[in-house]
Design a protein around this ligand. Structure first.
Ligand SMILES: Cc1cc2nc3c(=O)[nH]c(=O)nc-3n(C[C@H](O)[C@H](O)[C@H](O)COP(=O)(O)OP(=O)(O)OC[C@H]3O[C@@H](n4cnc5c(N)ncnc54)[C@H](O)[C@@H]3O)c2cc1C
Length: 473
């Protein structure tokens, strides 16, 4: 966690110097060592300190990625893959120094198989770019983190977003991967078949590995047809608890909502100011329904009945595409709305996820805890999955506030784990949350370490991430 001192770990100075010189010669101006470019490739999104790599190489093909990894492996120098750098737990920091491989120039959609509802992309393609490419074919890719992240980065953090309640997370939509392993070997983890029983599931091993096991150089992704009808709108509630209980009942009744997102009162205020909206300043749910014309009408009616039971106000339809886009853009900009709310403060966006039946309890307890701690921190959530985010806005010059924020985050994780939940539903572990992994997973952490040691015995792939004690135990 950022406020706690994170030290740059042991560095292989001589090896790093030799690799930087070698890559500089080979890649010329595609190997950059300037301070600002290096800083941009360390953590920049949250209060986690910035640890820049020693050089950034802009790779343009799988073969180049393999060549760079081989050069690093020969000298036991760390390699940190980089997509768009929007991860929130310090995942791209070079804690031991080393070489950042930026794959953003590997940004081609290689094939779309409309008849099979899949596509093949390079890792630097972003989610928005893919959807622009697909739109004319009546297809879409559903995973939508707030940032316009790269698909390689999204697979590596096992990302999700507002549509996950209906369409799943990155673990559900990646059919197979091509990856460069820590010795430079190029492997394929599967085919375009929709299912397979062929051996260990290396696809899912690499998804969520945060670049600690290999570098993804190609992804085969499941797609969906754009639904015949889409409708949605907003529903304000009298209380936060009422809004959460409406979500729980909606999911338990099996209404196939495409999106159901919570904004607490503070977040509504922040979004009104930042996105120029005029929503009632109350706990609010944003919803979207996908299906046939009659199907979406039926879903909306069923939701309306549930909402009324839990103190929901009138459901306000956003019938026009333009209006819906404006609302969802505001939802995706929620983090920036928080940042704008307290100029000069650092934002810490932390997420946990609990079983849906515990959602109301976890959110209301967390809200009470925040208020008692005197912290400024809106809550938003992909609540249909039991996943919510707290954006703490911290004055880093105020030691007491920093301490209060650290204390709150530890209690939040403890609360989620005690409810059979997880310390992160979608942001991943990085080095910000590594210390919570053992409390959640116990000895399974040692099995993860065994896997890491077998695949990356020199610990060169994004070292210091996920595993709380690295390979040292
Ligand atoms: C405003 C905002 C809103 C956000 N909302 C959400 C949200 O709703 N849901 C959500 O899940 N996340 C969200 N995030 C977090 C972030 O967008 C995701 O974690 C995203 O998946 C990171 O993608 P990236 O391309 O930026 O990856 P990066 O930050 O560049 O990298 C993330 C990790 O993946 C590794 N990596 C990157 N590319 C590769 C590759 N090709 N092969 C192997 N490893 C690789 C990196 O080494 C690092 O460990 C949000 C972030 C911001 C700033």
């Amino acid at each position: 966690m950022g406020a706690e001192p994170v030290r740059m770990m042991e560095r292989n100075e001589a090896g790093i110097a030799r690799v930087v010189a070698r890559l500089g010669e080979r890649f010329a101006d595609r190997c950059q060592v300037g301070a600002s470019i290096r800083e941009q490739h360390g953590n920049t999104t949250t209060w986690v300190a910035n640890f820049p790599p020693d050089a950034v190489v802009f790779a343009e093909s799988t073969e180049e990625v393999s060549e760079i990894v081989k050069a690093c492996a020969e000298e036991a120098v760390p390699v940190i893959p980089f997509g768009t750098g929007t991860s929130l737990e310090g995942q791209v920091n070079a804690l031991h120094g080393g070489i950042c491989i930026d794959v953003s120039r590997m940004d081609q959609v290689l094939a779309v198989h409309a008849e099979d509802l899949d596509c093949v992309v390079q890792p630097g393609v972003t989610r928005k770019k893919l959807n622009e490419y697909l739109r004319d074919q009546g297809l879409f890719f559903p995973i939508d983190p707030g940032a316009d992240a790269s698909l390689g980065g999204m697979a590596s953090t096992r990302a999700s977003g507002t549509n996950a309640v209906r369409y799943g997370t990155m673990k559900d939509v990646v059919l197979s991967l091509e990856a460069v392993m820590p010795d430079g070997r190029i492997v394929r983890t599967g085919t375009r078949a929709k299912k397979s029983s062929a051996g260990y599931d290396l696809t899912r091993l690499l998804i969520g590995a945060e670049g600690t096991l290999g570098i993804i150089t190609e992804l085969t992704l499941r797609l969906n047809g754009i639904p015949e009808a889409i409708s949605g709108g907003i529903c304000p509630f009298e209380t936060l608890e009422g809004a959460c209980n409406a979500v729980i009942a909606t999911i338990q009744c099996g209404i196939p909502v495409a999106r159901i997102e919570l904004l607490d009162t503070l977040q509504v205020k922040a979004s009104n100011a930042y996105s120029n909206l005029s929503l009632e300043e109350r706990p609010t749910l944003l919803l979207e329904f996908h299906g046939s014309e009659s199907g979406v009408r039926e879903q909306a009616e069923m939701f309306g009945e549930i909402a009324a039971e839990f103190g929901g106000g009138d459901f306000q339809w956003a019938r026009e595409q333009e209006e819906r886009t404006r609302l969802w853009q505001a939802r995706h900009d929620a983090y920036w709305a928080c940042v704008a709310m307290r100029p000069g403060a650092k934002a810490v966006a932390t997420d946990v996820c609990v079983p849906i039946s515990r959602l109301a309890e976890c959110i209301t307890e967390s809200r009470r805890d925040l208020d008692a701690s005197g912290l400024t921190a809106p809550i938003v959530g992909h609540v249909g999955d039991g996943n919510f985010h707290v954006s703490l806005l911290i004055d880093m010059n105020d030691g007491a506030e920093v301490e209060a924020a650290s204390g709150f985050m530890a209690r939040l994780v403890e609360r989620a784990i005690a409810m059979d939940g997880t310390c992160t539903g979608e942001h991943g572990v990085g080095h910000g949350k590594a210390k919570y992994l053992r409390a959640e997973l116990g000895d399974a952490v040692d099995v993860m370490r065994t896997i890491k040691r077998a695949i990356d015995p020199q610990d060169i792939m994004n070292p210091g991430k996920i595993l709380p004690e690295g390979l040292s135990r």
